[in-house]
Design a protein around this ligand. Structure first.
Ligand code: A2H
Length: 255
């Protein structure tokens, strides 16, 4: 992995309503009025306007960790890292009050900071979420992430198979946020279609799409939505990140 540090923006997505299975599991383990947040790690804070859902790995283990007066949902690995970055009040201590499988969290409604979907978004399953990076929570931005786009398409097509409701995916509500010379204003859709990516398991093609989307978006993209509309993505990225952090809606997380 080398020596570079990945500087993520950890977003705070507040739980509005638990799934039935999560509610049952958490009963008695935390105060009824607790403020609980799903914590996705993202490299693209400037795209948060376009969040349509938030992914967990259905077979992965998640913890609910007490952080001062709040609670965070993420992988135990990430909580441990955070505890050694001064994110938890006591150095190295990350009290775990509950354990849940990703699939038990599906259907939970969380608030998505900056998203046009102000009523909140659903926690949905993504098989390709890795336990070994970030927080194992991935917020879904189908306009700019090829992975998020193809997973959303798959979930919408096979909603019944996945045990979800099609409306939870918001596949028809994709918001253009960034415009680029080569890929237009829906980069992920453009790349998935031109590279003929058929499923979330087309790993090789998705790697290529990710690389292309990132380079084009970062170096040639212009914001076409939000407070920094008209600015280059290169500049907007840190401005949005700073805004989220100042408003208490995110914090820095590195690994
Ligand atoms: B990115 P890197 Cl719009 N498993 O956020 C799988 N994917 C994960 C993950 C995990 N455990 N943790 C984070 N990620 C995703 C936004 C985004 C992202 C856009 C476009 C591209 C993109 C919205 N999803 O990432 O391997 C998260 O998705 C393309 C690489 O640490 C995070 O940023 O470099 C990114 O991958 C971190 O990837």
């Amino acid at each position: 992995e080398g020596v570079t540090v990945q500087e993520y923006t950890a977003l705070k997505m507040k739980v509005k309503e638990w799934s039935e299975t999560a509610q049952k599991e958490l009963d008695g383990k935390l105060p009824a009025d607790a403020n609980v947040f799903f914590i996705p790690a993202t490299l693209r804070p400037e795209t948060m306007y376009g969040q349509t859902s938030c992914f967990v790995g259905p077979t992965l283990k998640y913890g609910v960790f007490q952080c001062g007066s709040e609670y965070f949902v993420c992988s135990p690995r990430a909580a441990r890292n955070m505890a050694y970055q001064g994110i938890f009040p006591e150095w190295g201590v990350f009290p775990q009050v509950a354990t849940l499988l990703g699939k038990e969290l599906i259907g939970t409604i969380v608030n998505a900071p900056l998203s046009i979907l102000t009523e909140g978004v659903r926690i949905l399953p993504m098989e390709t979420v890795k336990d070994t990076k970030g927080t194992a929570v991935v917020t879904c931005v189908p306009s700019d992430s090829p992975d998020d786009y193809i997973t959303s398409l798959d979930l919408a097509k096979k909603a019944e198979y996945y045990g979800i409701q099609k409306e939870w995916v918001h596949f028809d509500d994709i918001l253009p946020i960034i415009s680029t010379p080569s890929f237009g204003d829906l980069t992920a859709k453009h790349l998935v279609e031109t590279l003929k990516i058929q499923s979330p398991k087309d790993t090789k093609k998705l790697e290529e799409a990710k690389e292309k989307a990132y380079k084009e978006g970062f170096y040639k993209g212009t914001m076409i939505y939000g407070d920094f509309k008209g600015k280059k993505v290169e500049d907007a990225k840190n401005l949005v990140r700073k805004q989220l952090i100042e408003q208490g809606l995110a914090f820095g997380y590195g690994e």
